[in-house]
Design a protein around this ligand. Sequence first.
Ligand code: NAG
Length: 363
Amino acid sequence: MYPLFERVHDRWTYEPLQELGQTPSGCRKWSQSWVWRSLVGALGVAAVFAITRAIYHKRRYSPLDQYQDLNQFPVTLDHAPDHSPVDRRAVVSSLYSDGFAIAVAVVGHSARSANVSARFLVPYLENKVSEKALCIVRAVGWEPYPVPWIPPPHDGNGIHLRFMDQYTKLNVWALDKMGIDSAVYLDADTLVRRNFDELFDSPFNFAAVPDVDVHGGGFILSFNAGVLAFRPSSAVLKDMLQKLEVAEYPPEEAEQAFLNRYFAGTCMRLPFIYNANLGYKGRSPRLWKRLIDEMRIVHYTAVKPFIQDIHVTDTVLPAEEIEDAMEKSVLKKGGLYREEVGWWKDAYRKMMLDRGDAINQCL
Ligand SMILES: *[C@@H]1O[C@H](CO)[C@@H](O)[C@H](O)[C@H]1NC(C)=O
């Protein structure tokens, strides 16, 4: 019994000879059951993997299931909020690298264009940010002020390099020392579409918008830290700095994970329109469409129209590079965010029209 080689249609094919008593159909049955068994096996492995992963996520990532008693501060103000005077409100962002100067300028200009009535304060790291970058953000009305670097917990062990400066964001809680009662924090990759003055009169000490699960799980209870409405308090900042070392969360997740732990059960969840995360559109285009007309703040998570490579961001980007980044962002994710990239593009153009002369003098 030897394999038989046969020339068929000008090609050599291999056909095993039949064993005695084994019919061609039996041979096929055996191979089918083999395929079937492998399939069942693979499904079994996948199921075990999925369950393990779910348990792992639940155990490791939920600030409520593994609740830690970190934050003793009250959830609401102890009196009905007065309309805070404009000079005691602040829109606040952060500037830790020259690469984000234009983005911070655009978000500031967009908030001013929406007539948000507040001071515009931007904390920056003195050793990381140049006079050129400060000049650009001043050109649209931001008041930059230097802040100390807040080191990541556990000496930065396990943290992504790009998150090394993220804890510095916590400094915004010290704005009470600058006479601010009520503040709205905006990440550099957000854009203001409409006025959000109502946030300044929130009776809650801390409010934020629920996030989208980047692992594909959909909507989740944890909040996204790109937009925060809060009452500054140096006492809270001091407490946070003490709790940084004891809060338990995956070290690679940075300040957003810490804030979720710290404000676990005390955060007021805001509607999606205050931090319209592009991830929502990926998850549900219908929901996105419903929200568009009321969106206050858009968050460019999935694509960043102002930057090509988030890791190479230590110089002020020249206009050509921004143009290039905008063009490329339109094409990303199969063109899903064409319209939203267009919003950013319009805001950038509008800023250059209004303040381009002042900005160009900085360069
Ligand atoms: C902002 O205020 C100016 C001046 O009062 C007004 O002309 C403009 O329409 C306002 N913009 C928005 C978006 O409300």
